[in-house]
Each structure stands twice: as structure tokens, then as C-alpha cells.
Design a protein around this ligand. Sequence first.
Ligand SMILES: C[S@@+](CC[C@H](N)C(=O)[O-])C[C@H]1O[C@@H](n2cnc3c(N)ncnc32)[C@H](O)[C@@H]1O
Length: 282
Amino acid sequence: MTTAQRIRSVHDAARARLAEAGVWDVEGDLAALRERFLTEDAPAAVARFEAAVAERCRRIPLGHIVGSVEFDGLELVVGSGVFVPRHESTALVAWAARDTTLPHGGVVLDLCSGVGALGLALARRRPDARVTCVERDDTCLQYLRRNAARNEAVLGPVTVHAADLTTAGCLDAYADGADLVVANPPYVSPDVRLLPEWSEHQPRAAVYSGADGLDLIRRIVVLAAAALRPGGRLALEHDRAQPGQVRELLHGDAFDDVTTFVDTAGEPRITVARRTDQEGTL
Ligand SMILES: C[S@@+](CC[C@H](N)C(=O)[O-])C[C@H]1O[C@@H](n2cnc3c(N)ncnc32)[C@H](O)[C@@H]1O
């Protein structure tokens, strides 16, 4: 058997195993695993590739196996214990980058920033903005700081703020001072059935939030009302089944101009609202 035939046979066997395991993008995952692990025709490389395929067949997220993910033009390092940013969230970044109400040098808060996807992508697209990423989990914070440092050359100023959003006073430093708040928080309700990549292999605190999934979104609406200046915007990612509930939460005195739009998969998963000039009664 020639080298090319040997590699093809390893490759074909991997394709069949991934398909049988229910992986949804067999060709895309195969290409990523091959590029990362099957770098030469040596038994050690083949063994590493086959071990990686076996992990993917156990539905461990691709990002956790290859160690990085591309997000809106940035390469972000990820690993076990952190949420892998999803391409669908780039729709929120694209909206925020076009937000004409964000002034030059404006203050942006990325709440629940994880490894930094939204905040860092926005800091690349709007290098004039002053972005603060807020996250409570120590593992995420380590990845977030690495990602900010790795991409420093293409980012505007980024600050990392370690804070639990459920604690009192966590954003007091920003009262009435933020121009834009973005968040992709945990929002899944426990009765929603998820693929194993999310239900088993991503941190529960990154996915679920209370009985209806909306506990942290409720909290973020209150925090954003206090942090935003009048006219500032809040942009939230949520489940495709939640636009009505999220819009309801925003229908107090603190926000108006509430709009829901679709993510890159065409699902209604991003809701944006404007901070009114009035004191909030949420
Ligand atoms: C769905 S992940 C999203 C991460 C990132 N925004 C993204 O789009 O990839 C939600 C993040 O919220 C963080 N989180 C959960 N509860 C939090 C809290 N009370 N305070 C701060 N961060 C929290 C989790 O650690 C996790 O990193």
C-alpha cells in the first residue's frame, strides 16, 4: 500500500466513524482534525489523529479537541472547561460594529464574556472603543487574558474585569458610563434538549440559567439599565424561543426601541434595546 492509499484509508475510516456518531458537519470536522493532527505519514501522527477522531465521536466539541476556534476574524484559544464561541454569535458583533450610536472612544461592556469572543471581536472591529470584558469563571478568565494578549496587535484597548454579575455593586464603576452593553449569557432552560456537545461537555454555568433559562438575562437587564447612559444600547443573545420573553423584560421605563433580529443561521436570537432618558422602573 502506498502512503497516499494508507492515509486515504485512515481518512475514510474516520469519516465513517464520525458519521455514525452523529456529528453534523463530518467533512468540516474531518478537515480540521486532519489539518491539526494528521500532519505526516508517521504512525505517531496517525495515532494522534485517530485518538482525536475518537474524542469527536464521543461528541467532545471540536474546539476543545483542536484547542482553538476562529471567531469573526480572530483565532481564540479554547479548551475543556470553557464555552466554545459559536459562529452564529458573530451576527451580534456585526450589528454592534455598525451601531452608529456608539461614539468614537465609546465604552463597551461585554458581560459573560467567556474566552472573550464578543468583546475582543468588537475591539478588533472598533479599535477606537474602550472594551471591558466581564466574566466570573477563573478558567474562562485565563483563556480570556491569553486571547486578549495573543490578539493585542489588532485590538483596541481591552480591560478584563473579574466579577460575578449576581453580586451587588459588580458594575458600580460603570454607572451611567457605558455606551453599549453586549452579552451572550447562559440562557437555556433545563427542559430544552441539547446536543451532547452542549449538555455534557460545556460548563453547565455557561449554558443553563434558572428554571426558564432567563435568570441571568433578567439580571443583565437591570445591570445594563444602571450602567448605560441615556441613548446607549443593550444587545443580548438568547434562545430562538425566547424573543417574546426577552422583549417583555425590556418593556419597562428603562428601555425602548426594542428590536429582535436574526443570527447567521437565520434564527431570531438577538434583541437590541435603547436606554431611555428616564429613571428605570424595571
Ligand atoms: C454562553 S457562555 C458565552 C461566552 C461568550 N460570551 C461567547 O459568546 O462565547 C456564558 C458565559 O457566562 C459566564 N457566566 C455565567 N454566570 C455568570 C455570572 N454570574 N457572572 C459572570 N459571568 C457568568 C460563564 O462562565 C460563561 O463563560
